[in-house]
Design a protein around this ligand. Sequence first.
Ligand code: ADP
Ligand code: ZN
Ligand code: ZN
Length: 731
Amino acid sequence: MFDDDPLQRETIASVMVPVAVPGPYTYKVPPGVSVVPGTIVRVPLGPREVLGAVWDNEPDPAINPKKLKSISHVYEGARPLDKDLRRFIDWVANWTLAAPGMVLRMVLRSEEALEEEPPVAGVRKIEGAAPERMTPARSRVLETMEDGFAWTKSGLAHAAGVSPSVIDGLLHQEVLEVVSLPAAPPPPKPQVDFCKPDLTPAQREAADGLIESFDKGAAVSLIDGVTGSGKTEVYFEAVAEALRRDRQVLVLLPEIALTEQFLRRFEQRFGVYPAEWHSEVSPKNRARTWRGVASGDVRVVIGARSALFLPYLELGLIVVDEEHDSAFKQDDRVPYSARDMAVVRGHISRFPVVLASATPSIESRVNADMGRYRRFVLPERASGAALPELKAIDMRHQGPERGRWIAPELLVAMKEAFADGAQTLLFLNRRGYAPLTLCRTCGHRFQCPHCSAWLVEHRFQGRLVCHHCGHNEKVPESCPSCGSVDSLIACGPGVERVAEEVADRFPEARTLILSSDLPGGPDRLRREMKIVEEGGADIVIGTQLVAKGHNFPKMRLVGVIDADLGLAHGDPRAAEKTFQLLAQVTGRAGRVTGGGKGFLQTYSPDHPVIKALLSSDRDAFYEAEIAARQAAGLPPFGRLAAIVVSGPDKRFAEDFARAFVRAAPREPAITLLGPAEAALAMVRGRYRYRLLAMAPRQLDLQAYLRAWLEQAPRPVKGLRVQVDIDPQHFL
Ligand code: ADP
Ligand code: ZN
Ligand code: ZN
């Protein structure tokens, strides 16, 4: 009955709400208000009000309008989310099997961003006015204001070195007047030609190739260049081209600790700092960036993966630096890969996407080999320095004495480096002091009460910590099981323990631990990275954090304490990840000066990954790994989805996982594995069972999973079913 009446029809709209429901809900549009798809609104939802966006779906005309709730607020000042962003949200939801509202939530995270920031009060000099009596303080104020610009009161007091009462006095005498200032002036624009680098011929060729890609729609390019080859300089040329074409740019980085050095480099090239987007940015600044991105005032964003979901006015380039990094994969809520979704985003809006890495992911390498991506190879370091010479130390025969972790040969090299004033990096991907603590008397092992994981001793904090749930307890004085005193022993090394050994061997050296869990957070890390960069430390002991793209000019020696650490997992990507990590870590050595050396301490020097690293034959590694993936039907030659069933009761979770598998639609092309108890069988008190679905590439795995979820039993009583398309972690 409403269908024929256009006036009636216009009074309802579909609104996507930020909750896990399959699609938008229908709401009434209040009289006198007009909305279009993308309009950002606030709507009642159950007992609360939530942010949402008007969506493209036809509202359901069959619902009795009397039962509909009304949109309660329209954010008139916020630009509606554009069509490309709406399509992107739908696409991500469809791909990840997440609710579209949960994807929208990543866009509408800051309510503060939706309203203009209120102006702040400022003061300005009234033309021709002079105070009754001149004092030195007053004269300083007036001098400071000579250029006629407005100031905030506190800013002016500070700049002129006077107390605020001096300014109040001048206001009172009508020498100054109050004006309203925009809360934040628009950021200065990057200058395309601020400082153009002299590119090497190989860099020039790659840069020209990237620039050409702007005329080719949604082209994806892979910069595959060894560590220190100048990938950043090269993609900065693509950034410059996007700016010339009046397009906005997003550069995605895997780790915020990286950004400090990166921001300075950007400033050197373009004359201004770019906008930053990650969890450490204050809510106020995030709101500003959100608005600036939407209005076009912000031209370049450097961000973590969530920056993909900002409402760009005219995005025209995405760069994904260190594209192989698994930090681009989000594991909770909406499990998406920011690298892959960046490519999708470029595809939707027909703009180029640049991926950069010294150790590209197998996926990107295969895409390049198949001609889907263009690949630009930078085989040499920009400085001309040779890549580090790598050597294995066979820990079965050449290892250190018991209770020590640095082999004699590595120690000798460290002594040499130290004597020459060069830096050493010791790499161990394990935080804390020791990964396991046990009682020598009764064998008691300290385990997390909520997870199936050992507690890791952190000696600086004097605590035993679970790295999965954060549970921590004081290191006890006596064994909780048998009561023996002084009976606890630490097993195996973490970075703190290696640092202890270094302090013992090199008492005069300045040592530094770079690990994400030390007190002081990202600020401290950024400071310490800078210290290392400037040569203020001789020996650095670090976790995987140091592997990521840093440029430490004085670093000459890298020792990998346990090169086998990543290889043991039942993870189909273990070889690839270990190769990437170790190539990146050892790539820190000798970047500028050359003469770099790397040692890999290993119990399996004949492992293909170790051999590939030692021979620096990257291509051989990629060929072998790609062939193995192809033979096994693993990504990118096949599709994978992980399903994790978890619940607080073990039996119940296991039974449910079995019932879930029994409900799977029959499809001969799909291989289902599991349910099996997860390697991490319990996390945060939840028991976990894993299923893995493998499908050939041409099969629509998402459609299959959707059909499965449709007919599978519903999780009840605290059970949860999480689907992860193209999983990166298999614990
Ligand atoms: P990558 O990202 O490939 O590891 P970077 O872009 O960080 O390499 O470059 C490594 C170092 O070489 C940096 O200090 C950079 O400033 C310098 N560099 C790169 N290209 C050039 C060049 N063409 N001329 C001079 N220095 C360069
Ligand atoms: Zn005991
Ligand atoms: Zn735990």
